[in-house]
Design a protein around this ligand. Structure first.
Ligand code: GLU
Length: 507
């Protein structure tokens, strides 16, 4: 690596919700920038106006905010290399494309949509079912190679629609280094003459990404593996534009695969298998449909980032639970994997669970509050105590309420099947007697409740297990929850007696 400044970019297109693959790209770029005291640039790639979705850009900013990741330069922050939104850079790209035309690396093309379809039909063979605009076909088409430059410029002057296409050289090998995959050799005969400037004057992704990465002085391009096939074209353009000495280092990140390893994880897999694939809830502007996000499912941002880091990278240590600070210290490109990473939702929840365990109640408080429907009506100290009492049982933030609502509200229904199982007069008598005992006693901590209960068990010579489980169901509604006497001492005598009595009448 040369000693130029480390500048990396996250370059999402605002076309929809941010998929976990996108957030992982963001994360690796961020960790790499932080580790190397470099800069993270957030660039909005919105040159494809047909795919533009109005709420997507805002959503990207919201996701970064939730992840607590801040870009050093971008639409919001500004910076010396702006604008950072490609649609606002429209005028920048054309001169570079014209430079390529002048140097014989690109040409004007005037073919209509119908003519392109005709070409595909005409050149279709069994061996080549989808012919492209390339060395085999370009000389049969309407472009400045076949019409001549003068005729072409006349057409342009007369206002005819045109595009600028890359003129891919024949029989060359493009060679470039990928930090993950090593040296890549690519035969130019497999590349087609991609459009660089579209009829609306906008650059395509290929043109814009090359020009912007150069002008923004990007040192490393870390992006998903799906962009690897485009890289030979990008490398050619870098060279043809005379920028070879500044070519960034590439690092193509492995795909995130479906849980069974069969293919790339898609939004539909999430719907089908019941887990989120977007960082945050994404509302489809057309259908109004909301696709669930990790945030709303109850993930902590740091746990979410920790689990994403391990989808395609390893720390070189046994452990897997890390804070962002620790990951920043450990991150390096040479431990990014080549092979795809299977997404496992159970494992994802395990990451969250471990982070919950490692955090204090005070640290968890702001996160739990968002998922606790009555947070505003209870004392903060009570909520802190509840968090401490149940956090060992929660994998997701949503579970804090499920695991503790009974401290504040009577259970709506009781698991009668469990309660009725093995129910007999002896047990009924036990509970009735205990209620009388409770009334007489001064019970104010878990130990005094426990003593009272156990003394009666001894006196009645009844098995502890036989009455503990029913008591739990009476208090919380089912066979779950923290220590029974933590519950009774928190809710107090009145509520404890009321819940037992209610259950006895229902039995
Ligand atoms: N705009 C591309 C995307 O949305 C980014 C490709 C790149 O990083 O070069 O994924």
């Amino acid at each position: 690596m040369s000693n130029k400044e480390i500048r990396v970019r996250f370059a999402p297109s605002p076309t929809g919700g941010l998929h976990i693959g996108g957030v992982r790209t963001l994360l690796y770029n961020y960790l790499f920038a932080k580790k190397n005291k470099g800069k993270l640039i957030l660039r909005i790639e919105d040159t494809d106006q047909t795919r533009f979705v109005f709420n997507a850009e805002e959503y990207i900013y919201d996701c970064l905010k939730w992840c607590n990741i801040e870009a050093d330069e971008g639409v919001i922050q500004g910076g010396d290399y702006g604008p950072y939104k490609q649609s606002e850079r429209k005028e920048i790209y054309l001169p570079y494309a014209l430079d390529l035309v002048e140097k014989g690396h690109a040409y004007y093309a005037f073919d209509t949509v119908e003519e392109l379809a005709e070409m595909r039909e005409k050149f279709k063979t069994k061996e080549n079912p989808s012919p492209q605009y390339d060395a085999n076909t370009r000389m049969q088409m309407k472009n400045s190679l076949t019409l001549g430059i003068e005729e072409s410029l006349k057409k342009i002057k007369a206002g005819e629609d045109y595009v600028i296409r890359a003129l891919i050289p024949q029989n060359e090998t493009v060679i470039f280094e990928d930090a993950v995959r090593g040296t890549i050799h690519h035969d130019t005969n497999t590349l087609d003459d991609k459009v660089l400037i579209k009829t609306d004057g906008m650059p395509t992704y290929h043109m814009a990404v090359v020009v912007d990465d150069y002008l923004m002085k990007i040192s490393h391009i870390m992006r998903g593996e799906e962009w690897l096939p485009s890289t030979p074209l990008h490398v050619l353009l870098w060279k043809q534009l005379g920028w070879e000495a500044d070519l960034p280092t590439f690092a193509h990140l492995p795909l995130i695969l479906k849980p069974d390893g069969n293919g790339k994880l898609s939004k539909r897999d999430g719907d089908r298998l019941g887990f989120p694939v977007f960082a945050m809830d994404w509302k489809d502007a057309n259908s109004g449909e909301i696709v669930k996000g990790f945030k709303e499912m109850g993930f902590l941002p740091e746990a979410f980032l920790n689990l994403l880091a391990f989808l395609g990278w390893s720390s070189g240590e046994e452990r897997e639970i890390y804070s962002m600070k620790e990951m920043t210290e450990l991150f390096s490109l040479d431990r990014i994997h080549k092979g795809g990473a299977k997404f496992d939702y159970e494992k994802a929840k395990w990451f969250n669970e471990q982070h919950i365990k490692n955090m204090t109640a005070q640290e968890l408080l702001p996160f739990v509050k968002n998922f606790y429907p009555i947070a505003d009506t209870i004392k903060e100290n009570d909520l802190l105590w509840v968090i401490d009492t149940v956090k060992e049982r929660c994998q997701l933030l949503t579970e804090f309420w499920e695991q503790s609502f009974f401290f504040f509200e009577d259970p709506e229904s009781l698991d009668m099947d469990s309660l009725k199982k093995g129910w007999n007069e002896e047990k009924e008598l036990f509970f009735k007697t205990w209620i009388e005992e409770i009334k007489k006693q001064d019970l104010n901590n878990p130990d005094s409740w426990k003593d009272s209960f156990e003394n009666l068990i001894k006196e009645k010579a009844i098995k502890k297990g036989a009455v503990m489980m029913p008591l739990r169901v009476m208090l919380v509604g089912g066979k779950f929850g923290p220590g029974i006497f933590d519950i009774t001492s928190f809710i107090g005598k009145e509520k404890t007696m009321k819940r037992i009595e209610k259950a006895l009448t229902a039995l």
